[in-house]
Design a protein around this ligand. Structure first.
Ligand code: ADP
Ligand code: MG
Length: 357
């Protein structure tokens, strides 16, 4: 799965329009797509006619409740596109998670568990750089930054790219940047000048596709459909198909192994083809064992092996669907999984890591 966050600290520059229509365009290309609405204003949900109040879960639950899985919160629009809707309560997340561990990696942790179920996850983010946007960034391997020439400043784009560089420096999490000119009145010299300037300064990351200004985009959102649900808008459908293809073709330049390695270190157990892979980064350990409900909490546990290539301790288990509590035994010391944010208190008042398969 490739995860793409649509970000820009400015409101009204076209993030939600791009998120909805890019997700729908990937669907048209027969890809399995998950659209995650991470903006408390819920415009992406509303724009696809989803009333989150009528559903059991939304992105708020996904970030706050360890037992809520993407599958529980995803609402299917059609066979290819599902949406995790947002709700106004999402704005409380920042305060509720303040001081809590792994605040920024909650969305990433949930999404890695469905990485085999979708080809693309598209995240629509809010217009400010807070905890929600950080969750969107940490979860993403790529970002699309929409720029609306009628009121964009190249300074804003520079700032945003600096923020991304800083994030990469601090977390070693590499994010590929795509800058997308949107809401462009292609025939005006003003727009042409700005695109020329963009090419000069950000040519390496500027998408060839340009999204034009058209009131039909707004009309589609008001009707609760993507542009692919509208009649007589072939030109606009082609714009988004061309964007989706352009992104899809860039797959070869993306070092997915890089992303996977980083994810492994951060998110604990994950589903792989052969089963569930438990991992722990314990560079100085001599022995590491895994114990839990699946070994009846035996003191021996299962011996983990150190991978010569990346130095990470690994164990592969076959587990049926269900909830499992577990701990690692590192050189004889029982610890919870440092990379897994989900945990429950055991009868001794210590934390067991919780895995939901
Ligand atoms: N290409 C476009 N042509 C015309 N209107 C657009 C276009 N893109 C976005 N809009 C309109 O501009 C407004 C803001 O867009 P939106 O996608 O909600 O931005 P953001 O999510 O960044 O706040 C909406 O009313 C939307 O319908
Ligand atoms: Mg929006």
């Amino acid at each position: 799965m490739r995860t793409i966050s649509v970000i820009n600290q400015k409101g009204g520059c076209g993030k939600t329009t791009v998120a909805i229509n890019l997700a729908a365009a990937f669907g048209e290309m027969d890809k399995k797509v998950l659209l995650v609405d991470l903006d408390p204003q819920s415009h992406a949900s509303i724009g696809l006619d989803i009333v989150s109040e009528e559903l059991d879960y939304n992105t708020y639950d996904l970030l706050i409740n360890p037992r809520v899985r993407v599958e529980d919160a995803a609402f299917p629009i059609d066979e290819r596109l599902s949406v995790v809707p947002s709700s106004a309560v999402l704005s409380a997340v920042e305060q509720e998670l303040s001081g809590k561990p792994a605040r920024e990696t909650r969305l990433a942790a949930k999404l890695t568990r469905v990485s085999n179920d979708y080809d693309y996850a598209i995240i629509d983010s809010p217009p400010n750089v807070g905890l929600l946007t950080f969750n969107a960034l940490i979860a993403a391997s790529e970002v699309v930054i929409p720029l609306d020439p009628s009121f964009f400043s190249l300074q804003g784009l520079e700032k945003l790219r600096e923020t991304l560089d800083l994030l990469e420096y601090e977390t070693k999490h590499r994010i590929i940047v795509h800058v997308l000119a949107t809401n462009v009145e292609k025939h005006t010299t003003f727009c042409r000048d700005i695109i020329y300037e963009l090419e000069n300064q950000h040519g390496g990351v500027l998408m060839d596709t340009i999204i034009s200004h058209s009131v039909r985009y707004k009309e589609a959102a008001l009707r609760g459909v993507s542009i692919f649900g509208m009649k007589r808008v072939e030109r606009l459908k082609n714009e988004f198909l061309s964007l989706a293809r352009e992104i899809d073709n860039k797959v070869s330049v993306i070092d997915t192994e890089d992303v996977d390695g980083w994810m492994l270190r951060l998110h604990g157990p994950r589903r792989v083809e052969e089963g569930i892979l438990f991992v722990i980064d314990a560079p100085n350990a001599k022995t590491v064992h895994l114990t839990g409900e699946f070994t009846n909490w035996s003191r021996e546990g299962l011996k983990m092996e150190r991978d010569e290539k990346d130095g990470i301790w690994k164990a592969l288990l076959h587990l049926d669907s269900g909830e499992y509590e577990y701990r690692f035994i590192v050189d004889g010391v029982w610890i919870k999984d440092p990379a897994n944010v989900d945990s429950v208190l055991n009868e001794f008042g210590q934390e067991n890591s919780l895995l939901i398969v």
